[in-house]
Write a protein that binds this ligand. Sequence first.
Ligand code: EPZ
Length: 429
Amino acid sequence: MDRFVIRGGNPLVGTVTVSGSKNSALPCMAAAILTEDEIVLENIPQVRDIDTERKLLASMGAVLHIGEGSNSGQTTISCRNLSDPIARYEIVKTMRASSLVLGPLIARTGMARVAMPGGCAIGARPIDLHIKGLEKMGAEIAQEHGYLEARASRLHGANIVFEKITVTGTEDLLMAAVLAEGETVMENCAREPEVTDLAALLTAMGAKIEGAGRSTIRVQGVERLGGARYRINPDRIEAGTLMIAGAITQGDLIISNCATAHLHAIVYAMRRVGAIVDVLGPDSMRVRGTDRFRGADVSTEEYPGFPTDMQAQYMALTTQAKGISRITENIFENRFMHVQELVRMGANIRVEGKTAIVQGPARLSSAAVMCSDLRASASLVLAALVADGETVIDRVYHMDRGYEHIEQKLSSVGAQIQRMGNLFDPGEA
Ligand code: EPZ
């Protein structure tokens, strides 16, 4: 298991480039299941979750080619021969977003055998809303031996109202609806840019979709979909994480290749704390830190509100802000595991129910800390960038799931960060 060794204290100065969105790439790769033709996706980040999805699709019979050199962001997928429409537990247990293949498999082949994703560090994260929607569209879904066994001669359109806003639930059912017979109307949909990205790819493949990015999405089913070439969005959470890295180190960072239109809530929250954020254009911004950050409350909400995936990173920033910051997590029930690790580094944080109360500023000091999930890892890296001394962060495989070449990017603008292989590798616990 790799670990990061980070010596804090350097302001980050220079330009960092944002990679493609992991959470756009995952549904867009699953969409290749919907056609016999070839799909070419560009701006795909080289992160663990993408490798896992490639393995999953290949295990079903898909043929994938990954670009090399300057083309490394390109992935070509052909699902002409889906010989084995099964998402096995060995793969699903390492990435719950594997459930995104459920809708497209049923739509394309009339059957699917997908391992239930099981629990997750940040919460129960059931997929009951995916199942309910697919059953309304005519799928018969049984649960046995930890697998979902789904069958449908042909899915038919339905009126679906999501009881809760779910990002991958919206994406899963959207992919089912595009090949269903008749019209599907989905209400209370997720409005995340990753949903809009998927809808744009599906439309390029021949789907008939209205309203993606809004609460109500209307789909006219078609008989078949064709191939397409599509470039996915930049990763808005990586962009937000790099923005906080520039602010917390009192640096001066240009964030390039981002989609500033997707970052309004993050920009607003950072300005309220006192970071100097200049939007330079549709795909770049400049972030400067100061030594006079002030505490500010934030509550996580579905898009376009403040993203839950930025909650841990924002908390690291507020440890350096004067006064109280109340950070309320409304999306997941257990997304404060970074709190105890930040406290071990000297932060003053207490949790009351869904709210973490941060008292700052606190001098952070280096400590041996451990990652628990993808975004908690980012929070610990941000804290280590300002902590006195050398911080060792263990289990960085969590970070590798969603951040492409993060240590190279941070080093290129002045961070003292090194990746060390673990001498005694007890295996991934
Ligand atoms: C997506 O997860 C993202 N993952 C998550 O990013 C992100 O945190 C989350 O959306 C919220 O924005 C991908 O896109 C691959 P949800 P998802 O369904 O779709 C409950 C990261 O850091 N719910 O929107 O799984 C659920 O328990 C990851 O990149 C049900 O009850 O999240 C949660 O409380 C972490 N039943 C809430 O809804 C369901 O059937 C929102 O979950 C589905 C969801």
